[in-house]
Write a protein that binds this ligand. Structure first.
Ligand code: GAR
Length: 211
């Protein structure tokens, strides 16, 4: 029986959160192994980071003649080949349909740089920063949640962290603090989920054993 959880990380861009998860696995902070990093973008830095860490770095681009559902089914087929316990969306910038999600019930986890119900979609940090400059807010936050359906950055919340927007902040300094907060929150949440999964596996091996 495996004593570590298997994580597939999906990332479309820079991959600083993917890197935080890889590092936490490598140092033993996280009882898990990143078994693959998958990107929809061939030039995503996340793929270069996986490659540098000696991990499978897999580009799965959408073909022009492919429907979203067909792409998601092909993606699910590739991801399920890595036999993950959890699929971690760390800066994955495509909305996944049930053609993908249906394969991984309760296993897909998304990170979003805003608190529940706030700023779904892209540019969440920029939008919060603009509102702060207009005087209508003095904080934002980060959340990790499950992805049960096609809702955008919504789903059962696993963890949140508030981040103050300081009067002295520039967009760059706010982004820096938001990303640092994300790296911790994502690793802490995965730690909890993996510990629970490994305990389940130990207490009832036939339910969770990887064979
Ligand atoms: C992160 O801020 C993540 O929360 C966000 O993309 C960034 C990826 O950064 N995700 C979303 O906005 C999802 N709607 P990274 O590539 O450096 O990890």
């Amino acid at each position: 029986m495996e004593s570590r959880c298997r994580l597939v990380v999906l990332a479309s861009g820079n991959g600083s959160n993917a890197q935080a998860v890889i590092d936490a696995c490598n140092t033993g902070t996280l009882p898990a192994t990143v078994v693959a990093v998958v990107s929809d973008k061939a030039d995503a830095r996340a793929l270069a980071r996986a490659d540098a860490a000696g991990l499978p770095a897999v580009h799965v681009g959408k073909r022009p003649d492919e429907t979203r559902a067909d792409y998601d089914a092909r993606l699910a087929d590739i991801v399920s080949g890595f036999d993950p316990d959890f699929v971690v969306l760390a800066g994955w910038m495509r909305i996944l349909t049930l053609s993908f999600l249906g394969w991984f019930p309760g296993m897909v986890i998304n990170l979003h740089p805003a608190l529940p119900g706030e700023f779904p979609g892209t540019l969440a940090i920029e939008r919060a920063f603009r509102e702060a400059r207009e005087g209508s807010r003095d904080s934002t936050g980060v959340m990790v949640h499950l992805v049960p359906d096609e809702g955008v950055d919504s789903g059962p919340v696993l963890a949140t962290a508030r981040v103050d927007i300081l009067p002295t902040d520039t967009l760059d300094t706010l982004c820096e603090r938001m990303h640092a907060t994300e790296h911790h929150l994502l690793v802490d949440t995965l730690h909890r989920l993996c510990a629970e999964r490994l305990t389940e596996r130990t207490s009832s091996p036939r339910n969770g054993a990887k064979v």
